[in-house]
Design a binder for this molecule. Structure first.
Ligand code: WQD
Length: 357
């Protein structure tokens, strides 16, 4: 009999999902992934190149279904077919600007889809869920570093409100129904790539986050980086964030799964490094590692941007035995390796025969 635990991963072909899948396979879990390819590249073979490579990195197989959480019948069929122990739920729309233009679309894709998922889980006796949350639920920090006790809900974007709304929902459900265990992981700013250079961030939409834009400038595809704001209270006037290597986030999810043995009900953990760096410090680290110059121009602050945000992540260390281990240079180095090995992301290798083998 197979005593291995099975993890069902939604949105597992995406950036954080695919790196977590690698760590789940390395930790000897059986892994089932669904993705609807809205935010992940779709290979011509019907598979996700990110997952083909996750299997290449680990030498282990996973099971993949193209499935949208809004399609409850398809989801139910997958749950009926497999014995699932844990669910990690990454699938969501995540563009802050777009969420302000299309609120209904965001509530449907982030909130309704999660309700569908939890209903199907319950119908099949699966009650353990790890949720992809965000430091965005804290809104503008009242103090730094931000710990989990910091007030939440004062969130300006629709995207952020869907995350906050779901966190409230989990709390209510776990209070009312004792079988449920939900762990919300509040990520700070995920960056970097797998150290193999085989998987990394390759959104199907335009880049808006800092590190991928720096990469575009370093490779000459963008003429310069526009830095939003040079008059913040920081060593160099630029905004501060807690950048965390995606592999650290990945191990954070594996650590969270172990917590389910204690029937924790509803828990929330920050996943960050606990250290804030400015935009210019990230640019300098990137230039050092890549040996490229990143031309930049300082412009007005971006509307809605927070001045500084970094986390107190000691609760995750105490409760989950997890701590971020990668520093800023490693984040830049791994991102740069991914970028130079895959100048057009997964697209340049989608037809690669090696991948399919
Ligand atoms: C980082 C810093 C910018 C681009 C994060 C997530 C986002 C969402 C909210 C996730 C800031 C500066 C950026 C550029 C710049 N939630 N910057 N020029 O704003 O912290 O958002 O939290 O759950 O998806 O990424 O991240 O990468 O956009 O910006 O100067 O072209 O870089 O002002 O200080 P942010 P970011």
């Amino acid at each position: 009999m197979n005593s291995k635990k099975t993890v069902f991963v939604t949105g597992g072909a995406g950036f954080i999902g695919s790196h977590t899948v690698v760590e789940l396979l390395n930790a000897d879990f059986d892994v089932i992934v669904i993705d609807n390819f809205v935010n992940a590249v779709h290979g011509s073979d019907g598979q996700a190149p990110s997952l083909t490579r996750a299997q290449q990195i680990t030498g282990r197989k996973l099971t993949f279904y193209q499935c949208d959480l809004l399609n409850k019948n398809d989801l139910s069929a997958i749950f009926k077919k497999h014995k699932i122990d844990f669910v990690i739920h990454f699938a969501a729309m995540k563009a802050v600007g777009e969420s302000m233009q299309k609120p209904l679309f965001y509530y449907k894709n982030n909130v309704v889809s999660t309700i569908n998922l939890m209903e199907v889980m319950r119908e099949n006796g699966v009650y353990n869920l790890v949720f992809s949350s965000s430091c965005v639920v804290y809104g503008n920090p009242q103090y730094l570093p931000i710990d989990e006790a910091h007030p939440t809900g004062n969130v300006s974007s629709v995207y952020g409100r869907t995350k906050y709304c779901l966190e409230q929902m989990f709390e209510d459900i776990c209070r009312a129904e004792k079988k449920w265990n939900v762990i919300s992981l509040r990520y700070f700013n995920p960056v970097g790539a797998h150290p193999s250079g085989l998987i990394g961030e390759d959104p199907t939409r335009a880049y808006t986050n800092l590190m991928p834009i720096i990469g575009e400038v370093a490779t000459g595809r963008l003429p310069e980086l526009v830095i939003f704001g040079g008059d913040y209270e920081s060593v160099d006037g630029t905004g501060i964030r807690d950048y965390i290597h995606v592999m650290d986030l990945a191990t954070g999810h594996v650590a969270a799964l172990k917590k389910f043995a204690e029937n924790p009900r509803y828990k929330v953990y920050n996943l960050g490094t606990g250290t804030g760096y400015t935009v210019l410090q990230l640019v300098q680290a990137f230039e050092k590692v890549s040996k490229k110059t990143v031309p930049y121009r300082i412009e007005a602050r971006r509307l809605g941007d927070i001045q500084a945000m970094w986390g107190n992540c000691s609760l995750a260390e105490k409760d989950l035995g997890w701590k971020a281990v990668y520093g800023l240079d490693q984040m830049c180095e791994d991102f740069w390796q991914w970028q130079t090995q895959n100048p057009t992301g997964y697209r340049c290798h989608v037809e690669d025969k090696q991948l399919a083998s």
